[in-house]
Structures are given as structure tokens and as C-alpha cells.
Design a protein around this ligand. Structure first.
Ligand code: DX5
Ligand code: ZN
Length: 224
């Protein structure tokens, strides 16, 4: 069985007590902190920057997974690496030079990944597999938490899983396959069966009163 990782998105956390909210999901059994960066240019919303990443860095040993929904990418990617990010992903449409941006992230010592919107073709990964540590499929259009999972993403996940497995069999290098948007207790098993190993969940965790109960329920679904 694959290793499954749960990555709560702090987009749905209570920002008035962000540090406590980060600690709470990790204490509740989460593996990764998903950090959504929006710029009101690439996506129609505005969130948090490197200063906030730096502020939460000392709170947990867990990897901070920075999802950049920004254009341009390179300057902010380097700033997030400095601010303590472990993984940095970006949307290929937002970078003029995808290979170069991946290089900027890797040279800064972080894991790098590409994010695919629902209608973005997977071929963007074709010539850069050796630089990818993560592939992130969006199962909603980026910009907001609390949207509904787009069912067509399941076929795309199966295709991404096939490409990654073929690559790993050939090279021995692992690439994580993350899913982001509308992940809930009642669809996580189906999403895992389609190939995801890393699950972002914002509203499904932070909008519930008992984070541990929710994360436990997700893990129980994954163990089925
Ligand atoms: C959306 C963000 C997601 C968002 C997911 O653009 O990338 O990470 O927080 O939220 P939920 O889990 O509520 O769909
Ligand atoms: Zn995200």
C-alpha cells in the first residue's frame, strides 16, 4: 500500500490564532502544512506571504508545502525558500520558464512541484520529471477554499499515477502525487484509489470542531 499523507490547508484556519491552528492539526495527526499563496493577479484572491511562513516555521517540524498561485513566480519562490518552506509548487502557466523556476526552487534547497488546474494538460511535466518531487492536481479552480470536487479529476489522477509509476520504475525516484480541492471524508477513499498519495483538505478539517476526529476518519477511509 502507498504511504498516505494528510495536508491541512491553513486557508480555512482561523487567522486570528494561526500558530495555534497549525499546532492543532499537527497534534491531531496531520503530516504536512499546506500553505496557499494567492496574489489577486494569477487568482482572484489575496492571502499570505513569506513573512507568515517565517512566523509559523518555528511552530512545527512538519514540512510546509507552499502552493504558489502567483505570477510571476521566481522572486516569491526564492523568498519562501528563505522563509523555511520545504516544498514549493507553482502553476506552469504562471511561469515563463518552467525549467528555470524548478531550478530556482531546487537550488534554494526545497522540493519542487508543478500544479495542474482542472483544464491544464499533464504534458507540462514531460521534460522536467527529473526536477519534480511533487505533482499537484487541482480538483477545483484555484482561488478559494470550500469548493466542490470536480469528478473529472479522477481520470486525470489515474493518468498522472500511471506516468509517475512508469517514471519511478525506470529511475527509482519517487514523486508525490497530491490532490487539492474539495477533499472530504466521504470521497478520500475514491481519490486514493485513483492514485493520490497526498491529500490537501482545508474546509473539511478546519470547519469541523474536532480536527483529530476528522483526520482519524480520513485515515480510516484510506485504510479500507
Ligand atoms: C484553493 C486552494 C486549496 C484550498 C482547498 O485554491 O489551493 O488548497 O484551501 O480548500 P478545500 O479543501 O476547502 O477545498
Ligand atoms: Zn492549495
Amino acid at each position: 500500500m502507498r504511504n498516505f499523507r494528510i495536508a491541512p490547508s491553513i486557508l480555512s484556519a482561523n487567522f486570528a490564532k494561526l500558530g495555534e491552528e497549525v499546532r492543532a492539526v499537527i497534534d491531531a495527526g496531520a503530516d504536512i502544512i499546506h500553505f496557499d499563496v494567492m496574489d489577486n493577479h494569477y487568482v482572484p484572491n489575496l492571502t499570505i506571504g513569506p513573512m507568515v511562513c517565517e512566523a509559523i516555521r518555528p511552530i512545527t517540524q512538519a514540512p510546509i508545502d507552499v502552493h504558489l498561485m502567483v505570477k510571476p513566480v521566481d522572486t516569491l519562490a526564492a523568498m519562501f525558500a528563505k522563509a523555511g518552506a520545504d516544498i514549493i509548487t507553482f502553476h506552469p502557466e504562471a511561469s515563463e520558464h518552467i525549467d528555470r523556476t524548478l531550478g530556482v526552487i531546487k537550488e534554494a534547497g526545497c522540493k519542487a512541484g508543478l500544479v495542474f488546474n482542472p483544464a491544464t494538460p499533464l504534458h507540462y511535466m514531460d521534460y522536467v520529471m527529473d526536477k519534480l518531487d511533487m505533482v499537484l492536481l487541482m480538483s477545483v479552480n484555484p482561488g478559494f477554499g470550500g469548493q466542490k470536487f470536480i469528478p473529472g479529476t479522477l481520470d486525470k489522477l489515474r493518468e498522472a499515477r500511471r506516468r509517475i509509476d512508469e517514471y519511478t520504475a525506470r529511475t527509482g525516484r519517487e514523486i508525490w502525487l497530491e490532490i487539492d480541492g474539495g477533499v472530504k471524508i466521504d470521497n478520500i477513499a475514491e481519490i486514493a484509489a485513483a492514485g493520490a498519495d497526498t491529500f490537501v483538505a482545508g474546509s473539511a478539517i478546519y470547519n469541523t470542531p474536532d480536527y483529530k476526529a476528522t483526520i482519524d476518519a480520513m485515515r480510516a477511509e484510506l485504510a479500507k
